[in-house]
Ligand binder design. Structure first.
Ligand SMILES: [Zn+2]
Length: 291
């Protein structure tokens, strides 16, 4: 049987890494540095989102200020990653230590975006896959952050993520192996709706049988968003790996099968693994299905 994975996921072989001169160490270093800086800046904005969206605060209103002494944070103290290191994670005025999670989110976004570009280039993947995956990293980190901190996955984040994924499918249909934009949009939509429907049914059944909520609607919407960015093979892996990681964490760290855990950070871990290991994982899928 010939199972064409290209229908699900088009992995074009392109040598853009060479064409853009990225094989030269000097060019490579400069480009990767700025990609890292870009990712870290977005991470800094995501910190604001994680803090403000669950509380219903406006993202544009009020410049950043210290939540303890109220002093405004100057632009030179607000440089992603660097300022945290220079000020040793404290407010310049009142010296109150800030949570290391701000620093972690900036660093994580910087590293993941830089690694994404390196990985796509070295594996000769089409550069067209980068924007969608970058957006998934940003939306995913924001959702994981709000779920971890406040146990909510805001619709504002998941629905905007879905809209961006569909828009991107229309703009870059080649990622979906399509030449017509509406075909790609349909593939993207189905890749989100199908797993979300299955999980929703699972959640309903779980509630009936266990008598308590096993899966929140926020998690279901997050999975739909992942599917719209990654396609069916990717979202399938995300859910399996996420469930596995969450269960393992519950057993080892919380020492319980029934611990109430935020699910989205684990799903996000699954999605990130897929983003960086999609080629070997697709080969493995192909072996499973073609035999
Ligand atoms: Zn302060």
């Amino acid at each position: 049987m010939n199972f064409d994975l290209g229908v699900w996921y088009h992995l074009a072989q392109e040598d853009w890494f060479i064409r853009w001169g990225l094989i030269y160490p000097g060019v490579w270093f400069v480009v990767i540095f700025w990609v890292f800086a870009f990712g870290a800046c977005i991470g800094s904005f995501l910190n604001v989102c994680i803090w403000r969206i669950p509380r219903g605060e406006s993202l544009s209103k009020a410049a950043s200020h210290c939540t303890v002494c109220g002093n405004p944070i100057r632009w030179y103290d607000n440089i992603p990653v660097a300022s945290y290191l220079i000020l040793r994670g404290r407010c310049r005025s009142c010296r109150t230590p800030y949570s290391a999670s701000y620093f972690a989110v900036e660093l994580l976004c910087g590293i993941l975006t830089a690694l994404l570009v390196v990985k796509s280039g070295l594996s000769e993947q089409s550069a067209a896959v980068i924007p969608g995956r970058m957006l998934l990293i940003f939306f995913g980190v924001a959702c994981a952050g709000t779920d971890w901190r406040f146990q909510v996955v805001p619709n504002k984040l998941t629905f905007s993520g879905m809209a961006m994924a569909l828009l991107l499918a229309a703009l870059l249909p080649s990622v979906w192996g399509c030449d017509k934009f509406w075909m790609a949009v349909i593939w993207s939509l189905l890749s989100g709706v199908i797993p979300a429907l299955l999980l929703w049914l699972f959640a309903l059944a779980g509630k009936k049988i266990a008598g308590q909520e096993v899966l929140g609607m926020g998690d279901v919407k997050f999975v739909a968003m992942c599917g719209m960015f990654l396609g069916l093979p990717g979202v399938l892996f995300t859910v399996i790996a996420g469930s596995f990681a969450g269960t393992l964490w519950g057993i080892i760290i919380k020492q319980s099968f029934k611990a109430k855990l935020p699910f989205v950070p684990f799903l996000m871990l699954g999605a990130v693994i897929w983003i960086f290991a999609d080629i070997p994982l697709l080969d493995w899928y192909a072996l499973l299905f073609i035999r």
